[in-house]
Structure formats: structure tokens, C-alpha cells
Design a protein around this ligand. Structure first.
Ligand code: HEM
Length: 458
């Protein structure tokens, strides 16, 4: 984290007269957009790291349908878009291009400016540090229960298990569902929705109906069924809150009591969109982060040994550093987008309105000058220096920084602690797992194959 601020002069300057016709975009790979998209899809982490090495801190990638995106890979440049005016840098509009069909028009992820802040203000308190510590015991219980299903002596993929854990946590801690029958129904509806949503998100041209069995029609049916369940839950929880019944510290109950600045409560449609947003943004991301943590640890025995000892001694620091190093070395999300609403000069280039400007998370995390020997998995770097706001950015930044960052890190610490303290795991194949795009996350290619060498310790 010894970043030298040599490129501080590369600030972002509003440039109302910039002309798109006369200004070349930053350099980038040649070749058709489809070829660039395929290289990105095959290994986004390696692709962005290579481009930063080849072209420097600002480079352009062309994507089919979405057009050209300008990537920024230095802390000052990333800072300039994270702290830039939310009127100029639209994250919601950029996210909506991909996510709106799933999340809806009221989602904190797809809104901009005042409407975005209106939702964000209400969503932040339930995910605040003090509030989330209420969920610690629940997270631990769910983890212990899931670990009981691990086979002894046979290789298995860990990621489906981490997914079940984080899904159970969201269903209970966020939605407040505890009834077993309803949990089973909910899980099935989420499964159906997840199975249908990815295709229509990845391929916007599919977003129209070609008949009852077309991907769009099937997606709409899955969304309707999930929404019906969520509206039922909202009604149940509202009745409980209004009756003043005790013991509801789930996020939905907290949101039902929250009020906008004008005193109005959240509408059912707003609640639905935010709940689906949290489900989409918070479940698979955390599960994948956990799968990567074990994938990396099993290939760094010294780190695993130190972590096990520190966990057994009841220490938190090395565990926290391990979570941070995992999210550095394997950022679950490789880039975040802002769409320019007006021309701007960024990194010495005049960019026209409408350009997608991206923080290249992956490239930044692999800069030698910030993270020496970036290929090494070394949690110690986060004991030696604090994670910097514009260099370590797995959760994005500025007014759009991930609302669930504290929740995710806390959950990863709780779950990882159980894994490391109770399970003697090894990797059946010592080769590092390839990075693979799964939905919108970067996942281990084989889902983190592990073997439990002996029964879990108590
Ligand atoms: C390891 C786990 C996670 C990772 C890597 C992650 C990453 C991200 C990233 C990169 C963004 C975009 C930030 C930006 O545009 O600058 C984001 C936004 C968001 N995340 Fe997360 N996230 C994780 C877990 C969670 C969890 C657990 C929740 C909720 C329980 C959550 C809720 C959200 C929400 C609501 C937003 C939208 C914020 C806004 O636009 O104002 N995330 N996340």
C-alpha cells in the first residue's frame, strides 16, 4: 500500500465544451467488440490486469450492445469519480442498463441523485455495524448446521454450501422469515428467479417475448411468483410491527418503521425493490467471497496455519486481514460503472456525455506500487497498513459504496472462523482454481473443491 501519488494531476475536470467527434478515446485493445467481450468473459481479472500493464491507468474496452467503456486504474482517478458530483456520474443509470428488469424502478442500485439518496438514507441504518452484530449468533448457527452436511473423505464443491448459508442468513436476517415451510417455498422461488434472471440480464436483446417459453416470458413468471411471496411477507411483517409484537430485528421490520424526510413510510413497491436488491446484491457476492477465501487459504498453508492459531486464541485482527486480502486478490466484482451525464475531462481525455466510466477494481488491486507482489496471498499487508479508500475498493466507493459492506465482512469473518476452527480441509487438486464469471460475480472455476479429512471438531 505504498502508493506514490505521481499521477495526482490526472484529476477529473468538468468539460462542458468537449466534443466527442474530435477527441480520441483512451487507448485499448484492438479488434471487434465481440472479441473483447469474450476475452473479458473468459477471465475478467486477468484481462483488466493485462490492459492496465499494457495501456496504463486509463484505457478503453468496447463491448457489444453496451458500447465503449473507459476504465480507470489509479487511486486519484478512481477518487475523482467516487467523490465527483452524483449529478455528473450516474451509477444508477449505468446499473439499470443491466439490472432494472430484476430490481425494479425503486431500487437503490438503479436510481440516481435525490431519489437514490432518499432510498439509501433509509437502507443504511439496518446495515450499520451495531445493528448487524445482532445477527452474529444466527449466522453462526446456520453455518454449523450447514457444515454438518459436509461429507468426510470425499471431495466436494464448497461454494454451493456457502451459498446456502448466505441465502439462509438473508432470508432470516433481512426478510425475517423463520417458518420452515415458508423458508422452503421462498428458497424455491429464489432458485427459479435466479435461474431465469441471468440470461435476460446478460443479453438485453432477449428482453422481449417470443412466446410463452421464451427466456423473457419465463423470467416474468418467475419474477411474478417471487414478488407475490415478498408482498405476502411485507403484509405479515407489517401486521406484526403494527401489533407491536416483540423480537423483530430483521431488516424488513426496521424498514417498515423507517420514515422518509417528509415523514412518509416506504411503499410496498419500494420495499419490494429494496428487498430484491439486497437479496441480489448480498447473497451470491458474500458466498463467492467465502469460497475464494478457502480456495486461497488452502493454497497458502502458512497463512492457514497462522489464521487457525489466531482464531483459536480468540483474536480478530488476522481474520479481518484475511477477509480483506481475499477481497483484494479475488474481488468478487471486478468493476463498477458510472455514466457521464455531461462531457468531462478524465485522465487527460475529453470524454463525451454518455460514456461509461469504470473503476477497474481488479487492475487496481494488482498494482505492484500499491500492493507489492500482488500475486501473493498475504493478509499481513492489511496488518501493516490500513486498507486505503481508493486503492482497496471491492465495495466500490463514494455515495454509492456498498450498503452491505460491513454486513458482508462481518458475515465472512463469522463463517470463516467456524470453517477454520472446526474443519480440517484440504484441496484435492493443489492447482489454483481458474476465475470464472458466474452471474455478475467472479467465482472459483470448480466452486472451491475441498476434502474434509476427518469429522468436524466440536
Ligand atoms: C463480499 C460481498 C459484497 C461485495 C463484494 C459487494 C460489492 C458491491 C459493489 C462493488 C457495489 C457497487 C458500489 C459502487 O457502485 O461504487 C455494491 C453496491 C451495493 N451493495 Fe454490495 N457487495 C457485497 C455484499 C453486499 C451485501 C451483504 C449487501 C446487503 C445485505 C449488499 C448491498 C448492496 C447495495 C444495496 C448496493 C447499492 C448501493 C448504492 O447504489 O447506493 N452488498 N456492492
Amino acid at each position: 500500500m505504498a502508493y506514490r501519488p505521481a499521477c495526482m494531476e490526472q484529476a477529473t475536470i468538468p468539460h462542458p465544451t468537449a466534443s466527442s467527434a474530435s477527441s480520441p478515446l483512451p487507448p485499448g485493445p484492438r479488434g471487434p467488440a465481440i472479441a473483447q467481450a469474450l476475452l473479458y468473459a473468459r477471465d475478467p481479472l486477468g484481462f483488466l490486469i493485462r490492459l492496465q500493464k499494457r495501456h496504463g491507468d486509463v484505457f478503453t474496452v468496447a463491448f457489444p450492445y453496451f458500447g465503449r467503456a473507459v476504465y480507470l486504474a489509479s487511486p486519484p482517478l478512481v477518487k475523482s469519480i467516487f467523490t465527483g458530483s452524483p449529478e455528473r456520474f450516474h451509477a444508477g443509470e449505468a446499473n439499470a442498463t443491466v439490472l432494472e428488469p430484476a430490481l425494479g424502478p425503486n431500487s437503490v442500485l438503479t436510481l440516481d441523485e435525490a431519489p437514490h439518496m432518499r432510498q439509501r438514507k433509509l437502507l443504511l441504518p439496518p446495515f450499520h455495524g451495531e445493528q448487524i452484530s445482532h445477527y452474529g449468533e444466527l449466522m453462526r448457527e446456520i453455518t454449523m448446521q450447514e457444515m454438518e452436511s459436509w461429507p468426510v473423505g470425499e471431495p466436494f464443491a464448497l461454494r454451493p454450501h456457502t451459498q446456502r448459508i448466505t441465502l439462509a442468513v438473508i432470508m432470516r436476517a433481512v426478510f425475517g422469515v423463520h417458518d420452515e415451510d415458508r423458508l422452503t417455498r421462498f428458497e424455491k422461488l429464489i432458485e427459479d428467479f435466479s435461474a431465469r434472471v441471468n440470461l435476460v440480464i446478460a443479453l438485453p436483446p432477449l428482453r422481449r417475448s417470443f412466446g410463452r417459453w421464451s427466456p423473457w416470458s419465463r423470467f416474468l413468471r418467475a419474477r411474478e411468483a417471487l414478488d407475490e411471496f415478498i408482498y405476502e411477507e411485507i403484509a405479515i411483517r407489517r401486521a406484526e410491527v403494527e401489533a407491536g409484537s416483540e423480537g423483530h430485528d430483521d431488516v424488513l421490520s426496521l424498514l417498515l418503521s423507517a420514515r422518509h424526510d417528509d415523514g412518509s413510510p416506504m411503499s410496498d413497491e419500494e420495499l419490494r425493490d429494496e428487498l430484491v436488491t439486497v437479496l441480489g446484491a448480498g447473497h451470491e457476492t458474500t458466498a463467492t467471497g467465502l469460497a475464494w477465501a478457502m480456495e486461497r487459504l488452502l493454497r497458502a498453508p502458512d497463512v492457514l496455519q497462522r489464521l487457525r492459531e489466531s482464531v483459536k486464541a480468540g483474536e480478530e485482527d488476522y481474520l479481518d486481514a484475511t477477509v480483506k486480502e481475499t477481497l483484494r486478490a479475488r474481488p468478487v466484482i471486478v468493476d463498477v460503472a458510472r455514466k457521464l451525464t455531461e462531457p468531462a475531462q478524465i485522465g487527460g481525455y475529453d470524454l463525451p456525455a454518455g460514456t461509461f466510466v469504470m473503476a477497474a477494481i481488479a487492475a487496481l488491486h494488482y498494482r505492484e506500487d500499491i500492493f507489492p507482489k500482488p500475486q501473493e496471498f498475504r493478509p499481513e499487508r492489511f496488518l501493516e497498513a490500513k486498507a486505503d479508500t481508493y486503492s482497496w475498493i471491492p465495495f466500490g466507493g463514494g455515495v454509492r459504496r456498498c450498503i452491505g459492506a460491513a454486513f458482508a465482512e462481518y458475515e465472512m469473518r463469522i463463517i470463516l472462523r467456524e470453517f477454520v476452527a472446526r474443519a480440517d480441509l484440504s484441496a484435492p487438486d493443489p492447482k489454483p482454481e481458474r476465475v470464472k464469471v458466474r452471474n455478475i460475480t467472479l467465482a472459483p472455476g470448480k466452486g472451491t473443491r475441498v476434502r474434509l479429512n476427518r469429522p468436524l471438531s466440536a
